[in-house]
Ligand binder design. Sequence first.
Ligand code: PEP
Length: 264
Amino acid sequence: MTEAKKPAATVNAGAGIRPLVAGNWKMNGLQAALGEAIAVRDAILASPPKADVMLCPPATLTMVLAEIAKGGLLQLGGQDCHSNASGAHTGDVSAEMLRDAGATAVIVGHSERRTDHGECDRDIRAKASAAHRAGLVAIVCVGETAGERAAGLTLQVVARQLAGAVPDEATAASTVVAYEPVWAIGTGLTPTLADVAEVHGAIRKALAARFGGEGERMRILYGGSVKPQNARELMAVPNVDGALVGGASLKASDFLGIIAAYGG
Ligand code: PEP
């Protein structure tokens, strides 16, 4: 007797929300890595997924990647921005500069920025508003530490971060929320699907309560050790509208394996 084949999980494309799969290269990527982006660009053009696809390279590669992406489906994002448009801020990049370089979005409040640079929710809200000012989509990251989860504080922490870091002018078109449990980033660990559903459900509720219909349509990404092997089941969780991907976005084959959850 042959075992019945388990049906593949279906990914969410509900409520008219177009999912987003965004790759965060972090401080990785010399020009030699551009071939990976070209491979992603070519693959999604040949077989368009039912999701937006974005790469967030280091700032040094933004302009050249914008050239590479021109006319195709691949979108570009920054990894951080300053809240000011210009000025005496050595080493920083403004949202306007990212827009000028060809980006359409920027990640703000990644836990590595919170940890390495001491960013708080107020800083992140100012950066998200700067993104909006420049015409960029703000991808606002929230998520609890291992200690906070162990203490049962996950929903409280995420609610506080959302209230503090998402600006009042946020709309479904201008803002994406990324739920990234800090302890799942780069560790190979992921929450249970039930835990992901619980947090994404709470985020949806909070966004809808604050922003009405805009909050109901705002994309909520899951991030933290998303791989080709777990993407489909994670993306099928209610209120998961795509993924923010770190390590697995560096290799086109892995990233495309995740995008394949959306049929690409
Ligand atoms: C991230 O840093 O945003 C991330 C999700 O990383 P990884 O996929 O490597 O866990």
